[in-house]
Design a binder for this molecule. Structure first.
Ligand code: PLP
Length: 394
C-alpha cells in the first residue's frame, strides 16, 4: 500500500497549478536581507488609519468578542448600503441584499460555490487576479479566458467577449479596475458589455475592490446600468482603499435570492466575519474618507512617476486608470517576462512579478506594484534602467 500522504489529497486540488506568484516569492524570500525593493506584493504600504484601529480596540474593550448574525452587523450593512448607493448608484436593502464576508476572497469563493455547477462555463478577462481561475476549477466549473490587450489599455471589450463566448456560458467575472493591468472600461464599453450579458443571460460577478483607486475620471459599476442589478453580484471590500488587508473583511451585494444562496454556504463555512473587523469596517465607512483621499493622492503621484520612468527606460507602459499596478511590456529588452523578473531580481534586487502569473495573456509583461514610497520607486526605476541597459547590450 502507498504511504505517500498525497494519496489523500482530492484530485481537483492536486491538479491546481502552483501559483506563479508563490513561485516567484519563494525566490524573493531567498534574498532576504539583501536590500531588495519589492514591487511584488499587491498590498498598500500604509498602515490602517489610527481611528479605525482604535475602533477595533474599543470594540474589544466593550467585550465585543462574539459571533454576529451570519449576514454581518446590521449597522455595518446599513453603512455599506449608504456607501454603495452614494458611490455606485445602486440600491441594496441592508436586511437581505448584503452579506459581510471574510474579504472579497471569501465572497468570490462563495459565489463560485453558490452559482457554478460542475461543468458550468464561467468567463473572465485575462490577465486577471490569480484566484479567479482556481476558484472556478475548485467547484469543477470550466473557465473561459477572454483576452484583454495593451493596445486597448487592457479594457475588456464586448467584441472580445463575443469572440470567446461559448454556448452554455453562465457567469462573467469582471474586475475593474483590474489586477494586474490597472485597466478599466469606459461607460460606453460597459454599456456594450452589459447589453451582451443581457443578450446571453449571463450572471455577472463584479469585483470592484480597486474602485476607490481610480485616477482618471469617475468609476462606473456595471451593476448601476439598466437591467443589470438583477443579474449582478457586486463585490467590494476594505483591503485596498482603507489599507486593511490583514483584517479580512469585504462584502457581496445582489438580488436577495442570490445573496441568500451565498449566505447558505457562508453560514456553514465561516458563520460570520470577525466582529472586531466588522466594527473597524464600520468606522472606516463612517469616518475614513480623508485617509482614502490622502492615500489615493499618493498612489496617483507614484503612478505618474513609474509610468513616465518605464516609458523613458524603453518599457512600453500604458497608464493604469486604477489600482496600484503598472503592467509594462518588457519584450523590447529581448527577454521573456520570467527572464526579466529573475534577472532584475538577481542583478538589481528589484522584485516584480512575471505577467504569466496572471494567465497566458500576460506574456511579455511584468506587474510592478507601486504601493511603495516615492523614494523607493525612484531607486527601483533607476535600478531597472541599469538592468535594461545591460540586457540591451548583452
Ligand atoms: N480581488 C482582487 C482583484 C484582488 O486583487 C485581491 C487581492 O489582491 C482580492 C480580491 C482579495 O481581496 P480581500 O483582501 O478583500 O480578500
Amino acid at each position: 500500500m502507498s504511504t505517500d500522504p498525497q494519496r489523500w489529497v482530492a484530485g481537483h486540488v492536486a491538479s491546481l497549478p502552483k501559483s506563479g506568484i508563490r513561485d516567484f516569492f519563494e525566490l524573493v524570500a531567498k534574498m532576504k536581507g539583501q536590500d531588495v525593493i519589492s514591487l511584488g506584493v499587491g498590498e498598500p504600504d500604509f498602515v490602517t488609519p489610527w481611528h479605525i484601529r482604535e475602533a477595533a480596540i474599543f470594540a474589544l474593550e466593550r467585550g465585543k468578542t462574539y459571533y454576529t448574525s451570519n449576514l454581518g452587523l446590521i449597522e455595518l450593512r446599513r453603512a455599506i448600503a449608504t456607501y454603495v448607493e452614494q458611490h455606485f448608484n445602486v440600491t441594496y436593502r441592508p436586511e437581505d441584499q448584503i452579506l459581510v464576508t471574510v474579504g472579497v476572497s471569501e465572497a468570490l469563493d462563495l459565489a463560485c460555490r453558490a452559482f457554478v455547477n460542475p461543468g458550468d462555463k464561467v468567463m473572465f478577462h485575462q490577465p486577471c487576479y490569480v484566484s479567479y481561475h482556481p476558484s472556478i476549477s475548485l467547484v469543477h466549473g470550466q473557465g473561459i479566458a477572454v483576452p484583454t490587450y495593451a493596445r486597448d489599455n487592457f479594457a475588456l471589450t464586448a467584441e472580445a467577449l463575443r469572440a470567446a463566448w461559448q454556448p452554455g456560458a453562465k457567469m462573467l467575472m469582471l474586475n475593474l479596475p483590474c489586477n494586474p493591468t490597472g485597466g478599466t472600461c469606459s461607460k460606453e464599453q460597459l454599456d456594450k458589455i452589459a447589453a451582451f450579458c443581457r443578450e446571453k443571460d449571463l450572471l455577472v460577478l463584479t469585483d470592484e475592490i480597486y474602485s476607490e483607486l481610480s485616477f482618471d475620471g469617475a468609476h462606473t459599476s456595471i451593476a448601476s446600468l439598466p437591467g443589470m442589478a438583477e443579474r449582478t453580484i457586486f463585490l467590494h471590500g476594505f483591503s485596498k482603499a482603507f489599507a486593511m488587508t490583514g483584517w479580512r473583511i469585504g462584502y457581496a451585494c445582489g438580488p436577495a435570492p442570490l445573496v441568500d444562496a451565498m449566505m447558505k454556504v457562508h453560514q456553514y463555512s465561516m458563520l460570520c466575519a470577525s466582529i472586531i473587523a466588522q466594527e473597524a469596517a464600520l468606522e472606516a465607512l463612517l469616518r475614513g474618507w480623508d485617509s482614502v483621499l490622502k492615500m489615493r493622492e499618493q498612489y496617483h503621484r507614484r503612478r505618474d512617476l513609474v509610468v513616465r520612468r518605464f516609458n523613458e527606460i524603453g518599457l512600453k507602459c500604458h497608464s493604469p486608470r486604477g489600482s496600484f499596478y503598472a503592467f509594462p511590456d518588457v519584450t523590447p529588452t529581448g527577454l521573456t517576462e520570467k527572464e526579466f523578473a529573475v534577472g532584475l531580481l538577481e542583478k538589481e534586487k528589484v522584485a516584480v512579478v512575471p505577467g504569466t502569473a496572471f494567465g497566458e495573456n500576460g506574456t511579455g509583461h511584468v506587474r510592478a506594484c507601486f504601493a511603495t514610497s516615492y523614494e523607493q520607486l525612484i531607486e527601483a526605476c533607476n535600478r531597472m534602467e541599469r538592468f535594461v541597459g545591460g540586457a540591451r547590450r548583452a
